[in-house]
Write a protein that binds this ligand. Sequence first.
Ligand code: SF4
Length: 273
Amino acid sequence: MNLQIDISNECKNSCPICISKMHKPFPFNEASKHVWLNGLKRGRELCDTATISGRGEPLLFTENTQTGRLWALFKSFQQVDNIFKQVDVQTSGTEFSANSLNMMSDCNVSTVAISVANMFSSEQDLAFKGRRHLDYRISTLCDRVKSWRFTLRLTVLLNTMHSVPYPEELIDYAGLLGADQLTFKELKIPENSQALLKSSWIKRNKMKPYLVNELRAYIEKEGVPIPNTNPSLYKLFGMTVALDEDCMSETRYLVLRPNGKLYYSWNSVVPIE
Ligand code: SF4
């Protein structure tokens, strides 16, 4: 089972599909430290792997922010026995810095997953993330991740910006960027009626179902299936490739909130114990 660590409640981006900012952040303060560490220990007893994620951007941290304090606690945990041996970080890529790379290395992070709305154009990807005037190059980010010897996963959002090339070109380009793992993420219209902006963006921009089906058929035909994986994983062009309809639907996981409590899902409001 995987422990999803909700480490961040802040983000400078404004992606049109974001629903994170609709949720009230969970509280954390100096007095919560030991409660959070106890929750992390309990999470380690129940889970073998961890994913650092959140309702914001996990690499947006300084020492005095909640995200920075939670990273520091996680680092202290990772420096003792019985640590998580596999730790993934899911990031938008806009906040990479020497500090964040150092912190991930100190925390024994193995895989860095960068989410991209347009793999081919850093300018359009940055515009999707609602940022301007940032020194942001997807190829440079990928090179930095690889030069620090992290495994690189690209999470590619399937929208019209990825509709033009044929499936093999999409996969080939991810390989050129150095991806070890590639996850195509289909965009679903949210059921939450508060997410009207997100819904209308997805309706207008999601990849057409026949193209998603072509991509799926290509992966299944050309890829070598990896047994006992859910969602199904394939080896293709030297990468591990998945087409994920809903990355959380079948995955067994728990969520550790900043309040130190564990939950069965991202939407749960009642802790497990
Ligand atoms: S990077 Fe994530 S948290 Fe930040 S605006 Fe985009 S979707 Fe929301």
